[in-house]
Design a protein around this ligand. Structure first.
Ligand code: AMP
Ligand code: ZN
Ligand code: FE
Ligand code: FE
Length: 282
């Protein structure tokens, strides 16, 4: 069966492989298509496309945006948009707000007795482009402030933790509109992470459908087989296109393999139909 992994990160956000290494690993894992979905950036795309073209794999432009949400997190994946469209300027703004947030975060760590400079974080984590909490967690581990990456999050960096600083975010509607305006389709990532009970989740997803949401990520390493079955049924009921991906981050999440869950290529074909629909109206 042909497979398409539609969720993965490179060192342009918080993954550890560069785009060329990621493309080669995708070939090794026998994937037919991949979508790079770095957080808040598309800077890795050009390099990836060049390499996949040599390898005979398809690549779809993607991105992962964070929407303001409570109690859990709401990440929205965008696919098939024009990387030079309106999304580009917005992503540049996100980089700026990250650049403002990081020193604040490091200041908090300093008052907690764990001084780290931005340069150290960059060097220790191997960050290439944007710096986020995962890079800081890695640096804290290497410095010996915490025993593990997980401990850095659990004790300090997690949402609401003593070293947490909110990221200036968009509403879900703004994320969807931004993706649509650039000719792409919008998909809810790992719905399990919204941390809602079944009934609440159903209600929230309905609201998102009314805002124009196109799809729901049903295959994800955080989803149990029961979750997956439930999400597939929900997607079908709500008219959302099912998608899937490994959310591969390289060594930052060593338990996850690229291609994990083997999402069917048919999911991508259905998404493509929707992309054309949008592109036809733009
Ligand atoms: P940031 O964009 O800087 O807020 O960092 C978000 C990233 O941090 C997510 O994409 C995850 O990879 C990682 N992350 C967030 N919360 C946790 C957690 N509790 N444990 C481990 N990793 C986390
Ligand atoms: Zn990530
Ligand atoms: Fe995510
Ligand atoms: Fe992700």
């Amino acid at each position: 069966m042909k497979t398409a992994d539609l969720h993965m990160h490179t060192n342009h956000s918080d993954g550890t492989l560069n785009p060329v290494e990621l493309a080669r690993l995708a070939k090794y894992q026998n994937l037919d298509a991949i979508a790079l979905t770095d957080h808040d950036t598309v800077t890795g795309l050009a390099e990836l496309v060049e390499e996949v073209n040599k390898l005979g794999i398809e690549a779809i432009p993607g991105v992962e945006l964070s929407a303001n949400f409570f109690p859990g997190t709401l990440h929205i994946l965008g696919y098939g948009f024009d990387p030079q469209g309106p999304i580009r300027q917005k992503l540049e703004q996100f980089q700026k707000s990250r650049a403002e947030r990081n020193p604040q975060l490091l200041e908090k760590l300093k008052t907690l007795g764990m001084p780290l400079t931005l340069e150290e974080v960059q060097k220790l984590s191997g960050a290439k482009n944007q710096i986020g909490r995962p890079h800081i967690a890695k640096a804290m581990e290497i410095k010996g402030y915490v025993a593990s990456y997980e401990e850095a999050f659990d004790k300090y960096l997690t949402k609401g933790g003593p070293a947490y600083i909110r990221k200036a975010g968009l509403t879900a509607k703004e994320c969807i509109d931004l993706i649509h305006e650039s000719g792409g389709v919008a998909v809810i990532a790992h719905p399990i992470q919204m941390k809602l009970q079944k009934m609440e989740l159903q209600e929230k997803l309905k609201e998102l459908v009314d805002m124009g949401m196109d799809g729901l990520e049903v295959i994800h390493p955080d989803h149990s087989p029961e979750n997956q079955e439930f999400f597939i049924r929900l997607a079908d009921e709500l008219g959302l296109l099912p998608t899937g991906g490994s959310d591969f981050h390289g060594d930052h999440k060593p338990s996850v393999q690229l291609g994990q869950g083997r999402p069917p290529y048919a999911y991508l074909e259905a998404l493509r139909g929707r992309m054309k629909q949008w592109q036809g109206t733009n």
